[in-house]
Write a protein that binds this ligand. Sequence first.
Ligand SMILES: Cc1cc2nc3c(=O)[nH]c(=O)nc-3n(C[C@H](O)[C@H](O)[C@H](O)COP(=O)(O)OP(=O)(O)OC[C@H]3O[C@@H](n4cnc5c(N)ncnc54)[C@H](O)[C@@H]3O)c2cc1C
Length: 419
Amino acid sequence: MVLWFVLCGIGNLRQQSFACFPQSHILCLKAICASKVCCSKMVTIIQTSRTKSADQKALDFARKLGEKSEEDWRSSWQDAADFGLFRRFMPEKFGGAACTAQAFSDEMMAIGQGCPDNGLTMGINSHVWTVQQPLVRFGSDEQISKYLPALLSGKSIGSFALTEQSAGSDALNLSSTAVKKGQGYELNGAKTLIGMAPVCDVALVFASTAPERGSWGISAFILEAGDEGFTRGEPQSKIGLKTLPMGPMQFEKCFVPEERRLGPEGAGAQIFQATLDWERAFLLAPHVGAMARQLDQCAQYCKEREVFGQPIDNFQSVSNRLADMRVRLETCKLLLSKAAAMFDAGEHLTQFAAMTNLHISEAFLQSSIDAFRNFGGVGYLDNSAIGRDVVDSLGGVIYSGTSDVLRGVISRMESQKHR
Ligand SMILES: Cc1cc2nc3c(=O)[nH]c(=O)nc-3n(C[C@H](O)[C@H](O)[C@H](O)COP(=O)(O)OP(=O)(O)OC[C@H]3O[C@@H](n4cnc5c(N)ncnc54)[C@H](O)[C@@H]3O)c2cc1C
């Protein structure tokens, strides 16, 4: 167990590379102070002045995106790429704009606020944090130059494939195997509930190269849609996040050349843990934006809707729900902002990322239900944005670790501090 935490620590140390910082920010931060707290504050100050107009642009762009037909999902994805969302947070040397996590999560909040399609906005954010980011952090120069340009330009869609039938919460209990064969590996196994699986061009796939070594025997691979023996299954129909394609994957005697292994053999658990931290900290940024949109719509409705000859926000039970929604929104923003500051300062994220994900996912669900109650019967009609947020927000308490699992991570790490 101790060794596991050391490994997690090594994974997070890589975050201290400041690879995603513009040079001017790095010099500034170095000159100010070596202390993590000062770094965090400095990042916040820089971001506050820099991102206001960027966030407004993102909001305007997202509103237009929200007006497009959801059938036209692929073209919305391309719009997101053309707007630069996939490049924004990536290092300059790889064709990115090298913004900070703080600036990018603010932008993704604006995207979620302007565009009511929670499936699309989550898919976009997931592409950055669970595919591009691990590729850039753990990939070789050859792997990055082969796969990243198409991911950034929107030509290629990525997927992060870990979950299996018996490996959801127990994520490292993988049955998929990768057996060394000649100059590569033969993959066999199946994944399920994988975001973007039906449409992905590349997939980061986790499989066991040494099952007897448990989590230490897991490795990560880059698969291409055309690989022989790699099948992307039919979309799994789901109750919410309708525009986030999800499905199974299968590998049958699928040969993957050695140069497509991501990181060293046996480093899969480390790559997974680092990616999970980023995902838990930042994936829900668009949902925080959605909470802002939801609160606006709900407050407006409660002012206009008259029952018993008065606006319903005169009723304390209705207005209490608005108050709770505002408190949840603000606490979510604060958590997200602190997680981003910690990432930008290279701090260890595991426990805080779990807290961020737990709080935001539960808050979005609770606020969606509160908004739903305030809308009365009209919220229950088909295609009501309020009703849709309820089912979309349910997904958040499951993916990136269920709320139960997240509480376990937080409490275990708390106990560790007192050993
Ligand atoms: C919309 C969506 C998108 C997804 N996208 C991806 C993706 O892109 N890639 C990917 O790899 N996976 C993805 N997943 C899968 C997701 O990560 C798993 O569904 C999740 O980790 C839960 O695993 P499970 O479904 O097997 O539930 P189970 O593990 O079977 O859990 C069932 C219940 O048991 C509880 N439980 C289990 N273990 C514990 C424990 N130790 N302590 C307390 N309670 C526990 C859970 O909290 C839950 O209530 C996605 C899922 C959804 C819904």
